[in-house]
Design a protein around this ligand. Structure first.
Ligand code: FPP
Length: 241
């Protein structure tokens, strides 16, 4: 599939959904789906950096996911720390920078340790910045931003009039990352599920029935080709573009 290099999204975000259903279809426990999902993560990161998309954000664990059965949460955390340990070498090879967004202090210390280590080791890489959303919730991010700005106003460091969209953007987890251009969600669900609420204001949305473990570089290219055929008007008329 031929993609126009000039019309690639700068920031691609993905809600990776359907691991559990994929495992069920195979008659296997849910964690088996997450394991296969982690393999897909590796393939997609590689493809995204080869295609030349500078920012990729993956929804790996939401604030709501803490409510899942304890065993599944523990297995996911274990999978994450194993993945991070193993993945750094591949990221270095591919010049990929790892970033994380979310309430990272709530993660188990083992995961946090691997995460910070991987982030530090890859901090000078320049191809794609991959942000893992971990213990992430969009409303909680907006709440935290509001509290921070309110505090600065209370301290007399800021006037309410100085609160601009740019300042809000600078106070979010994604402070140095451009807005989302394309949001993909797998597994047939057509929801945002509290993901990047501010950052997706003008994003194109793409929903596919493919379950995350079956999502492939080819499916990614299909989504990108679809994106390239859309007219992004940002509130203007076609004639004004
Ligand atoms: C959604 O499937 C997936 C998650 C809640 C976790 C995403 C995790 C991975 C893709 C694997 C590990 C991640 C990394 C970065 C190595 P679901 O369990 O909600 O599926 P279901 O809707 O079919 O039940």
């Amino acid at each position: 599939m031929n993609l126009d290099k000039e019309m690639l999204p700068k920031h691609l975000a993905i809600i990776m959904d359907g691991n559990g259903r994929w495992a069920k279809q195979q008659g296997m426990p849910r964690i088996f789906g997450h394991e296969k999902g982690a393999k897909t993560v590796r393939e997609i990161i590689q493809e995204v950096s080869e295609i030349g998309i500078p920012y990729l954000t993956l929804y790996a664990f939401s604030t709501e996911n803490w409510k899942r059965p304890k065993l599944e949460v523990e297995a996911l955390m274990h999978l994450l720390s194993r993945y991070l340990k193993k993945e750094v070498a591949i990221m270095q090879e591919n010049n990929i920078r790892l970033n994380a967004i979310g309430d990272l202090e709530t993660l188990p210390s083992k995961v946090r340790k691997e995460l910070y280590k991987a982030m530090e080791q890859t901090q000078n890489n320049t191809s794609t910045t991959v942000s893992l959303a971990l213990a992430y919730g969009g409303q909680q991010e907006l709440l935290q931003m509001t509290q921070q700005l309110a505090q600065r106003v209370q301290q007399g460091l800021l006037t309410p009039q100085q609160i601009t969209p740019e300042l809000i953007q600078q106070t979010l987890y994604t402070q140095n990352i451009p807005p989302v251009d394309l949001l993909i969600r797998t597994s047939g669900e057509c929801r945002i599920s509290n993901f990047l609420l501010w950052q997706i204001a003008y994003a194109e949305l793409y929903f596919t029935d493919i379950l995350w473990p079956d999502f492939s570089p080819e499916e990614l290219r299909k989504a990108l080709a679809n994106y390239q055929n859309r007219e992004r008007r940002f509130g203007k008329t076609s004639e004004q573009l």
